[in-house]
Structure formats: C-alpha cells, structure tokens
Ligand binder design. Structure first.
Ligand SMILES: Cc1cc2nc3c(=O)[nH]c(=O)nc-3n(C[C@H](O)[C@H](O)[C@H](O)COP(=O)(O)OP(=O)(O)OC[C@H]3O[C@@H](n4cnc5c(N)ncnc54)[C@H](O)[C@@H]3O)c2cc1C
Ligand SMILES: *[C@@H]1O[C@H](CO)[C@@H](O)[C@H](O)[C@H]1NC(C)=O
Ligand SMILES: *[C@@H]1O[C@H](CO)[C@@H](O)[C@H](O)[C@H]1NC(C)=O
Ligand SMILES: *[C@@H]1O[C@H](CO)[C@@H](O)[C@H](O)[C@H]1NC(C)=O
Ligand SMILES: *[C@@H]1O[C@H](CO)[C@@H](O)[C@H](O)[C@H]1NC(C)=O
Ligand SMILES: *[C@@H]1O[C@H](CO)[C@@H](O)[C@H](O)[C@H]1NC(C)=O
Ligand SMILES: *[C@@H]1O[C@H](CO)[C@@H](O)[C@H](O)[C@H]1NC(C)=O
Ligand SMILES: *[C@@H]1O[C@H](CO)[C@@H](O)[C@H](O)[C@H]1NC(C)=O
Length: 445
C-alpha cells in the first residue's frame, strides 16, 4: 500500500557498510517544509550532491496527509512529535500539546493548509532587526515563484462572490494554491459578508499582497478541488524523485553536527558532517555518520535548537551543566520562542436557517487591528500595559512590535466556518480566534 519507509540509495548503503566514504556537498537535517524544498532547489545543480535526513517516515500516499481535510487525524500519531509544554503558570498550570510534523514534508504534511502571507510591515521589520535583504519585496518575489495559483471559476466568482488579485500570485511554481470554494455554504455570501460589511468592515479583495486587514476568502495549499493537499513532498520532491544527486533518507534522525578538530584562526568552527541514528526494519537503532561540506539544520522550531545544543552550539549556561562542550557560544539558541494562542467559539443556528454546505475549513478569514474591536478605554489601558517590556523579549523586538500595533497592523484573526451534523443541525464556528502577534516569549531546551 505505502512505499517502503526508507529510500536508501546504493551510495548510502555503501557508506553504511563503510566501503566508500562519500562527502556530500550538502546534508540537510530535517526533511520538512524548509529542508525538503531547499534540498530540491540545491540539487537542481547536477554537480552538487545533496542528502536529506528525515526522522519521520515517508507518509507518501497516506490519505491523512494527502487529503487536507483529514489532517487532524495525524495529531498524536507517529506523524507528530507529540511534544507537550511544561505546566503553564499563567494558564492554571495546564500543559498544552505542541503538534509538530514528524514525517517527510514536516508541518506541510499535517497542517491546515491555510495560505496567508504575513503583513508587509512584519517582513520589513526583519530587515530593521538586522536581517539584511530579508524584507517584503524579496520575500514576495520568492513566494510567488513557489506558487501555482488556480483562480476560481467564473461560476464560483458569480455565485459566491470570490475575489483575488492576479498580481499577488505566481502561476507556475510547485505549490498549488486555491480558494476554498467547493461546497461552501450560501451562508457566507448571503449572511456573513453582509453582516461584516454592516459592522463596517470592507471585504479584502486578496490578502496575499502584504495587507490583510479585513475579511477575505480562505486560500489553501491545495489543488482546485480544495481537498487534495499540495505540500513539500508532492510539489517539490515527487517530481524529481529520480534525481541521482538527491538522496532522501527517512526514519533517520540527526543527532549532532560533527566538527573539524581545530577551530580556524578566526575562531570559527567548521562542520564536517553529521551523526545520525537510523532504525532497521526491526526498529533497532544504529548510529552512523555522513560527511558533508555544508550542514543545514532544518528540524523546525522545536527540534533545530535541540540538534544545535547537542552539537555544542548554544548558551553555555544551558550546555555546561549538561556536560556538553561549548563549540559556539550562541545564547539565542532555544530562546525567543513565540506561539499564537488560539481559542474557538461555536453558535448553534436555528433549524432551517441556512444550508450548511459541507466545507469543513474556514471559508472566511477576518484579520483586524486591535482598533477595530477594542474601545477607546481598552486602547488606553493597552498603552499602559505596553509601557513594560515582557521578560524574554528583546528591546529591539519590543520596539518593532509596538510600532506594528500603533500603525494598525492586524493583531487578531477570526476564521468563520459553518458545518451541519447528520440531522442538518448547523453550527457557526469561529474555529480560530487567534492573537497573531503575542508579546510573550518562551524557551525550548
Ligand atoms: C497542526 C499545524 C497546523 C498548521 N497550520 C498551518 C496553516 O494552516 N498555514 C500555515 O501557513 N502554516 C501552518 N502551520 C505551520 C507550518 O506547517 C510550519 O510553519 C512549517 O511546516 C515550518 O517549516 P519548517 O521546515 O521550519 O519545519 P517542519 O515543517 O516542522 O519540518 C521539520 C522537519 O524536520 C524533521 N526533524 C526534526 N528533528 C530532526 C532530526 N533530529 N533529524 C531528522 N529530521 C528531523 C521533522 O520530523 C520535520 O519533518 C501549521 C503547523 C501545525 C503543526
Ligand atoms: C488516519 O488517522 C486516523 C485517526 O488518527 C487513524 O485512526 C488512521 O489509522 C490513520 N490512517 C493512516 C493510514 O495512517
Ligand atoms: C502552579 O504551580 C506552581 C508551582 O508548582 C504553584 O506555586 C502554583 O500555586 C500553581 N498554580 C495553580 C493555579 O495551581
Ligand atoms: C462536495 O459535495 C459532494 C456531494 O456531497 C461530495 O461528493 C464531495 O466530496 C464534496 N467535496 C468536497 C471537497 O468537500
Ligand atoms: C522514476 O523512476 C521510476 C522507475 O523508473 C518511474 O516509474 C517513475 O515514473 C519515475 N518518476 C518520475 C517522476 O520521473
Ligand atoms: C536490526 O539490527 C539488530 C542489531 O544489529 C540485528 O540483531 C537485527 O537482526 C536487525 N534486524 C533486521 C531486520 O535487519
Ligand atoms: C432541529 O432539528 C433537529 C433534527 O431534526 C432536532 O433534533 C432539534 O431538536 C431541532 N432544534 C430545534 C431548536 O428545533
Ligand atoms: C438535510 O438537508 C438536505 C439539503 O437541504 C436534504 O437533502 C436532506 O434530506 C436533509 N437531511 C435531513 C436529515 O434532514
């Protein structure tokens, strides 16, 4: 039913038996959204050899992955790292599950597929904070290159009122994007949109151009059936699966970076490869190594810091007590963790009010600045709260984030969704009420 879990190629087998020591040009640790697409792009140069290590299985052909609507079926399974937070003191000491993809494609294999770029001001803030060349213009060009947008049909435009701006999209990239349009309830054009307009919100024709204030239709990383997932594996990897200079190894977990014996005169450490653990078909782990001229760590938000710390890159105050030699003193590793708190709210509708359709994703996303929802007195109070910098947030980031708030960059996201049960009892659900730019920070160690 599924392809074999490992895609070991002959070169790797030779390496594993110690017969030939290959030095790859690149080893990429973590075959997720970033790592897999980067490996595919790097290996477009046939003179470069690239190997990807992915801790999870291939997942190729698993309907829980290929059908976007079944994504929650992966949560808490082997396709999820199943991380849990420490007890959160400010949430009654409750813990929270932190879902992270553990399968080829990473989060792009199990996420909700909502396609929404951030705000222009947020990307430009990256450059303000020191990441030269990382700004809205450079990001916009790159994401359009990765996109294959499928415009809605004229019928969908006429019946549902779908809108988009062609200038904000790419039409020949590897990742398919479509507006949620199949089986969408009449509730949205007939009730939700007029209600939002009555409340003074103008519809946003297309939120993917750097300004997403206001309600808009939901764009998905999916084929135009709005159900088949388009992700790093289907978009980037499968079309080039036979490329001989690209090797992808699943169920192979990078454990640490290998370093050359001596630091250079400038005090720089040089990576020479990685150590990894692979599992044979009986699940028995075996520690092996790969030599490479370049090592790329792309294990995701929660795993990349761990790999770096196990390799001696991090905060000495964390590493030294654990007996890990400090190779690179870099206190930022594992710091500045940010996540968006989310809650849901559901309203039972009167029988016979609307046809529910059978879309199960949000059809409308409303993204607003605080000033759209908070009263003057609340905004006054927020000024007082913003006088104090939260712990763990740098002064520079705090300054930027305050500017985003005062300049009206949206801070809240509301996702409108409607569903009916077997008896046609319909529920209007705000399945995502999200604070999109929280100021609080955590750590991962
Ligand atoms: C439940 C959920 C819903 C989401 N919904 C959306 C959404 O609707 N829209 C949106 O834009 N984004 C969404 N996201 C976020 C999005 O998926 C992530 O931002 C994106 O996947 C991050 O890419 P990444 O490459 O940094 O990490 P990941 O995609 O997580 O990839 C990291 C990969 O590295 C592997 N790995 C980790 N450690 C090791 C190791 N030691 N050795 C080998 N491999 C390792 C992991 O198994 C994983 O495959 C969602 C995420 C989740 C979890
Ligand atoms: C899909 O997810 C469901 C729910 O977690 C699970 O029972 C089922 O085994 C999964 N299917 C596959 C093929 O992994
Ligand atoms: C949470 O845990 C801390 C530390 O154990 C304890 O001091 C505090 O009283 C707990 N708070 C609640 C609400 O239980
Ligand atoms: C749309 O509805 C039809 C008929 O109920 C159903 O067969 C189809 O799977 C639905 N498509 C989606 C994407 O939900
Ligand atoms: C890869 O090679 C196999 C075996 O030769 C072939 O069946 C398949 O179509 C090829 N895939 C692509 C995407 O070229
Ligand atoms: C897995 O590795 C163990 C330990 O080396 C070995 O005993 C076992 O036979 C291996 N199983 C398979 C199926 O290769
Ligand atoms: C709506 O219809 C369902 C199914 O027929 C029924 O169970 C429910 O009681 C009705 N609700 C109301 C408020 O009439
Ligand atoms: C639900 O509504 C659909 C469409 O209006 C109708 O065909 C179906 O019979 C209804 N089902 C029930 C259980 O009332």
């Amino acid at each position: 039913m599924f392809p074999p879990p490992r895609m070991l190629l002959s070169a790797i087998l030779l390496l594993a038996t110690g017969t030939v020591a290959i030095t790859y040009d690149y080893v990429v640790v973590g075959g997720g959204a970033t790592g897999l697409s980067l490996a595919v792009r790097l290996s477009e140069d046939p003179t470069k050899s690239v190997v990807v290590l992915e801790a999870g299985a291939s997942g190729i052909g698993n309907p829980n992955i290929t059908n976007l609507r079944l994504n929650a079926g992966n949560f808490g399974t082997a396709n999820d790292w199943q991380f849990v937070t420490v007890p959160q003191v400010d949430a009654g000491n409750r813990t929270q599950a932190q879902i992270q993809g553990k399968v080829l494609g990473g989060g792009s294999a199990i996420n909700s597929g909502m396609y929404l770029r951030g705000n222009k001001a947020e990307y430009d803030a990256l450059e303000t904070l020191g990441a030269t060349g990382w700004n809205w213009d450079s990001m916009f060009a790159a994401v359009k290159k990765s996109e294959h947008f499928h415009p809605p049909s004229q019928t969908e435009i006429d019946t549902l009122g779908l809108t988009y701006n062609p200038e904000y999209h790419g039409f020949s990239g590897p990742i398919s994007i479509a507006i949620q349009a199949i089986n969408v309830s009449r509730f949205f054009p007939e009730f939700a949109v007029p209600t939002l307009q009555g409340l003074g919100h103008s519809m946003n024709v297309d939120p993917n151009g750097g300004f997403h204030n206001g309600p808009s239709w939901d764009f998905l990383t999916a084929l135009p059936d709005s159900s088949t997932r388009s992700y790093a594996v289907s978009g980037y990897y499968l079309p080039v699966i036979n490329r001989t200079n690209l090797h992808v190894m699943t169920e192979s977990q990078g454990s640490k970076i290998l370093w050359s014996a001596a630091k250079t005169t400038g005090g720089l450490a040089t990576a020479t490869g990685v150590e990894y653990i692979s599992f044979n078909t009986s699940g028995i782990p075996k520690t092996q190594t790969i030599n490479a001229k370049n090592v790329i760590i792309s294990g995701g938000t929660l795993n990349s810091p761990k790999i770096l710390e196990l390799s001696g890159v991090g905060n000495p105050a964390v590493l030294s007590p654990l007996g890990i030699d400090v190779v690179v003193d870099l206190p930022g590793v594992g710091a500045n963790l940010c996540n968006q708190p989310l809650t849901t709210a559901s309203y039972l509708l009167k029988n016979g009010t609307v046809d529910a359709g059978n879309a199960i994703r949000s059809a409308i996303i409303d993204i607003e600045p605080f000033s759209s929802y908070l009263k003057g007195a609340d905004l006054q109070r927020s000024e007082e709260l913003l006088a104090t910098k939260p712990d763990l947030l740098s002064e520079a980031q705090f300054a930027v984030m305050k500017t985003l708030i005062t300049e009206g960059v949206p801070q809240m996201e509301f996702a409108w969704n409607i569903a009916a049960d077997a008896n046609n009892v319909s529920t209007l659900t705000f399945d995502r009420l999200i604070l999109v730019k929280p100021l609080s920070r955590g750590t991962v160690t």
